[in-house]
Design a protein around this ligand. Structure first.
Ligand SMILES: [Zn+2]
Length: 352
């Protein structure tokens, strides 16, 4: 049994990944920089106290709970969440269909369904605080995942995990190149291995090169009726388009194959690192837009509260008034009785 569990867990490690911790942390930091003051307070209220409202601290939590080396005690209890990190589309079909690819009329267990589910939960004031905290932690991670193109990769190669070869000096697979290797190379070569410097660079290009794109990134296209600006269908379609045009093609523009080892280097890196950076920025901007929207809606709903509070106050005053009248009545009755008693005694005295 233990051996079987070990094999199972090893399989998960090799097949499922997401932006590495650095990518997820960058997405969360970019989002944090775009939160409104109300949203910052909301995030602080909905994350564990030790994070001090820092989204990046738990951005990789949904990955860490899945594996025995990072969650030795109860990683098996979280295996249900494994499918929520990705979705697969048929090879080279180059579009996404919720019903076909995410079983939309039933379970919806894919990254599209999970984003819709956790935005709803986060916005729902009837959910208890533990549920909402979990929803926020999942959402921060999944909005990152859905922007890594190979989280909407082809079914037959499991999102590039089964396409293997060499990237510079690393023996690896296509999925890992997009999760971590290109980001690590960029930080190591151009930012003295300091991810904070890279974060500052990303912020800089977001406010210059990509400034004109931010408002469009923050909106859902009319074709996507998702709630709370979490346009997961549209985001997956962006992935699929990137996959067909760039991700699944080698340096000579030939499609990758599971049966053939790739050899990738400078050309692939130079022509794809810009896509990685744009996806990191898009996911940060969109994560912030989703949280800001949810907080704005909750604030709007809270404004309907004063009416309810007013009715409660009027009812309370009415009850209080009835109570005061009743007490007055009792006091008057007591005095009248005392008065009658004194008269009676006097009468008795006279009579004797
Ligand atoms: Zn993930």
């Amino acid at each position: 049994m233990l051996f079987a569990l070990f094999i199972l867990s090893s399989l998960y490690v090799s097949i499922v990944n997401s932006w590495g911790p650095t990518g997820h942390s960058l997405v969360a930091k970019i989002a944090q920089s775009m939160l409104t003051s109300n949203s910052k307070k909301f995030v602080q209220d909905h994350l564990p106290w030790y994070t001090n409202g820092d989204l990046s601290m738990l951005a990789s939590w949904p990955d860490t709970i899945l594996y025995p080396d990072t969650n030795p005690v109860d990683y098996l209890n979280w295996q249900w969440s494994l499918k929520l990190h990705f979705v697969n589309t048929p090879d080279w079909i180059c579009n996404y269909d919720r019903n076909r690819d995410c079983d939309w009329t039933n379970e919806q267990r894919c990254v599209d369904g999970s984003i819709q589910n956790y935005t709803e939960r986060l916005a729902n004031t009837k959910q208890d605080s533990i549920q909402r905290q979990e929803a926020l932690k999942f959402l921060v991670h999944f909005i990152g995942d859905i922007h890594q193109p190979l989280h909407a990769g082809f079914s037959s190669d499991k999102g590039g995990n089964l396409i293997k070869g060499r990237f510079f000096d690393n023996t690896t697979n296509l999925h890992s190149i997009w999760d971590t290797l290109m980001i690590e190379r960029r930080i190591s070569l151009d930012f003295q291995s300091d991810s904070n410097k890279y974060y500052n660079y990303l912020l800089d290009i977001m406010h210059t090169t990509y400034m004109k794109n931010i408002s469009q990134w923050s909106k859902c296209p009319s074709s996507d009726e998702s709630k709370y600006l979490a346009c997961s269908t549209a985001w997956i379609n962006e992935d699929v388009a990137l996959n067909c045009a760039f991700v699944y093609r080698d340096e000579q523009d030939k499609p990758f194959s599971v049966s053939q080892q790739f050899q990738l280097g400078q050309i692939y890196y130079n022509t794809r690192i810009g896509i990685v950076e744009e996806r990191l920025l898009q996911s940060g901007v969109r994560l912030a837009a989703v949280i800001n929207k949810i907080v704005e809606l909750r604030k709007h709903n809270d404004k309907s509260c004063p009416g309810t509070v007013l009715i409660a106050i009027v009812l309370f005053l009415e009850v209080l008034l009835v109570l005061i009248c009743f007490i007055c009545y009792l006091i008057r009755r007591t005095f009248r009785r005392q008065s009658f008693g004194e008269t009676s005694d006097n009468y008795h005295v006279v009579k004797s």
